[in-house]
Ligand binder design. Structure first.
Ligand SMILES: NC(=O)c1ccc[n+]([C@@H]2O[C@H](COP(=O)([O-])OP(=O)(O)OC[C@H]3O[C@@H](n4cnc5c(N)ncnc54)[C@H](O)[C@@H]3O)[C@@H](O)[C@H]2O)c1
Length: 274
């Protein structure tokens, strides 16, 4: 229970890695705020429309667990909120962060997890609108949240920012020019803010997942999944909990001298193999 008394805010927490992070942070003692464009009780169907096929599919098939996860966390004896927040909407981000600060008392841990994963096309077929969307959500969205949380963390002289990158950002990805560009950008943001944050006792680190068996990963074709898994040293996909335990570690006091790193949780996918 090393995170008792800390408040964590997770973006894109309605399923997948964000949900696993929320549960693991709560199990380590933190109070947790889950934010996402999608909530079970969300009325706004336009939001999924705006964000493309993956959001529409998961909304219509009800793979949205933000409020359920918050309830699970309350059952664990911790405080929890599930709030609708689009990371691209600066006004909304500012309002949500102010509300969390006032209702929960602080924001100590920020996990920038929200992303779009459904734009796969070679350069000539890259969709310009999706290129812009990917930059807006994956990169500018993380920037918006870092900027919004900074004054709170600076004032309390304690903060942990954990950004979700990807092996696509360090290695590139065939057909993933927009996605990999945003994830490479996340690493630049992480390292610059790590330098700026040190004097305020704010650490900023990136996790670099490989292939992790989330609902979104299961949406790729079986052939593509097999090819990706074959590239790992373990010859299997990781579990969301593998990422969540790295998040808990980076948020803990045990990681207080670690900042600006790219922590691979990739099962050796990034290693040379033959
Ligand atoms: N699963 C993997 O194998 C893998 C590998 C490498 C990196 N990652 C990264 O890990 C993170 C989570 O991946 P996942 O597999 O759980 O994907 P996912 O699609 O299930 O989760 C992304 C979440 O972000 C939310 N979201 C999308 N646009 C948003 C916006 N504008 N504002 C707020 N929320 C928004 C979605 O609703 C969703 O809940 C992402 O950053 C992804 O790039 C995942």
């Amino acid at each position: 229970m090393q995170l008792v008394g800390k408040v964590a805010l997770i973006t894109g927490g309605s399923r997948g890695l964000g949900r696993a992070d929320a549960l693991a942070l709560a199990a380590a003692g933190a109070d947790v705020v889950i934010t996402d464009i999608l909530l079970e009780s969300g009325q706004d169907s336009g939001v999924a429309q705006k964000y493309g096929p993956l959001a529409q599919f998961f909304q219509s098939s009800r793979v949205v667990y933000a409020e359920q996860t918050a309830e699970e966390i309350r059952q664990m004896g911790r405080r929890a909120l599930a709030l609708q927040m689009d990371v691209t909407d600066r006004q909304q981000v500012a309002e949500v962060f102010a509300r969390v600060k006032s209702e929960m008392g602080s924001i100590d841990i920020l996990v920038n997890n929200a992303a779009t994963l459904d734009h796969v096309a070679q350069i000539e077929q890259q969709n310009d609108d999706f290129w812009e969307r990917d930059l807006r959500v994956n990169l500018t969205g993380a920037y918006n949240c870092c900027k919004a949380v900074w004054p709170y963390m600076k004032e309390q002289k304690w903060g942990r920012i954990i950004n979700m990158a990807s092996v696509a950002g360090t290695m590139g990805g065939f057909g993933q020019s927009s996605y990999s560009t945003t994830k490479a950008g996340i690493l630049g943001l992480t390292k610059s803010l790590a330098l700026e944050g040190a004097r305020h006792n704010i650490t900023v680190n990136a996790i670099v997942p490989g292939v992790i068996a989330t609902e979104a990963f299961q949406m790729t074709s079986p052939q593509m999944r097999e090819r990706m898994i074959a590239r790992t040293a373990f010859k299997r996909a990781g579990e969301p909990e593998d990422i969540a335990s790295a998040v808990v570690f980076l948020a803990s006091d045990g990681a207080k001298y670690i900042t600006g790193i790219e922590l691979y949780v990739a099962g050796g996918l990034n290693l040379f193999t033959f």
